[in-house]
Design a protein around this ligand. Structure first.
Ligand code: SF4
Length: 406
């Protein structure tokens, strides 16, 4: 590619080819950008934690993202770099992911005990030769049904003990690669929630690539929309800063904004615009720019175009260097040109001030008072989603009328 940047379409096709071939020979070529088989490659199921957005969340990390953000540790972790040099360990039993758990009450117990020990995949992958680890492993696939059995057993056991679980989240490296898996999981969870309303919703964290590329991606999710929550990561706000951060061609820089709008239009369910990593957001020089070159201006304008109140919903993060190889991580960041933003030079202050000056102060939440338990915020998110959906329907009907008169 002339820009030297990653083409996520090509990359996603490579990933689907390799994953589809698991258990047999890889498909030589795939025209598919996502998998419709009901499977995932899971590299971790984390213990529940308190999220400022999704409340108490049990997170499932999958691999398979077609981006390569400079700060991201998912690929290193999922592909087993973490384990290189570590003493080879005996293969952890597959029951750690619920693959061989007994049915009935023991299943929940076994699943719960296994919750902190499910990162068997990196160990497996670390032992594989380089050529199969790059860019994606061919191992560690799990069916959506098996994963659901494990996760729901874990969640039920926790609920029985009085623990609150608000969300079962799919994150890590782009879960949208696994459309078939997400869909089957959503179907199973939706059904289970009708029988047991205590069960949490399913949170899907995405950078927006698949949804922006083809909005019809979402169509089969419509029957399960009430059991879904969406979180779309803003991968920086201008084509240049997007590309610097993700290593993706800048022509994809609106994917996250487009995905937010499409989710609300198609499903009418709220979307949290988040994941903005302040440390990578903008250099002081860019923040001093006028107009759309300034990422603050671009970010506010793009969110406002989706809905005038949408900028209030923005959620941000600071870079976490709590990774296995901090020095290596910093080197990667510097290699991508981030010296001037590490640590952040009051990007947050400027962000908050700018949004406030535009009449849309950003709402803030804490793990103790998460967004999804805040009634006012929930009402506002639902109203925004309903407005965006209604506007989308009006636009469609206008288009239909115009086409009929042509
Ligand atoms: S989009 Fe997310 S998972 Fe993918 S490279 Fe970026 S931070 Fe990592």
């Amino acid at each position: 590619m002339a820009t030297g940047r990653i083409n996520p379409e090509k990359f996603a096709r490579q990933l689907t080819s390799k994953i589809s071939g698991q258990g047999g020979k890889p498909k030589p070529e795939s025209s598919e950008l996502w998998l419709d088989e009901p499977v995932f490659i899971v590299y971790n199921v984390a213990r529940p934690y308190n999220s400022q957005n999704m409340g108490r969340s049990l997170m499932i990390d999958v691999s398979g993202c077609p981006y390569r953000c400079a700060f991201c540790w998912v690929h290193d972790e999922a592909l087993g770099v973490k384990m290189q040099g570590a003493k080879p360990e005996a293969e952890p039993p597959l029951q750690q992911l619920g693959l061989r758990t007994p049915s009935g009450p023991q299943a929940a117990e076994a699943s719960e005990q296994a919750s902190e020990k499910t990162a068997f995949l990196p160990r497996k992958i670390a032992r594989l030769p380089d050529e199969v680890r790059k860019p994606m492993q061919r191992d560690g696939q799990i069916s959506a049904d098996e994963l659901f059995k494990y996760v729901i057993g874990n969640v039920r056991a926790r609920l029985e003990k009085g623990e609150v679980i608000d969300t079962i989240g799919f994150t890590g490296g782009s879960p949208t690669l696994y459309r078939g898996g997400l869909l089957r999981f959503a179907e199973l969870l939706h059904k289970a929630r009708q029988e047991d309303p205590r069960l949490p919703k399913m949170g899907i964290y995405t950078e927006g690539f698949h949804i922006a590329h083809d909005p019809s991606y979402l169509d089969p999710f419509v029957p399960y929309k009430d059991s879904l929550r969406w979180f779309v990561s803003v991968k920086n706000a201008t084509p240049e800063t997007f590309s610097q951060m993700t290593r993706i061609d800048p022509c994809h820089s609106d994917n996250h904004f487009k995905a937010m709008r499409v989710i609300m239009e198609k499903l009418g369910t709220p979307v949290i615009p988040g994941g903005l990593v302040l440390d990578t957001f903008a250099t002081p020089e860019l923040l001093a720019e006028q107009g759309m070159k300034n990422p603050l201006v671009a970010l506010h304008r793009k969110l406002s175009e989706i809905h005038p109140d949408f900028p209030r919903m923005l959620s941000w993060d600071k870079l976490s260097l709590k990774v296995h190889d901090r020095a290596g991580h910093e080197r990667k960041m510097r290699g991508a040109g981030y010296e001037t933003t590490m640590p952040p030079r009051d990007v947050l202050g400027q962000l908050q001030e700018y949004f406030e000056r535009q009449g849309t102060p950003i709402l803030s939440f804490t793990p103790e008072n998460p967004r999804i338990r805040d009634r006012a915020a929930t009402d506002m998110m639902e109203r925004i989603a309903a407005d965006v959906q209604a506007r989308g329907e009006r636009a469609k009907s206008e288009e239909g009328k115009k086409a009929a008169t042509r």
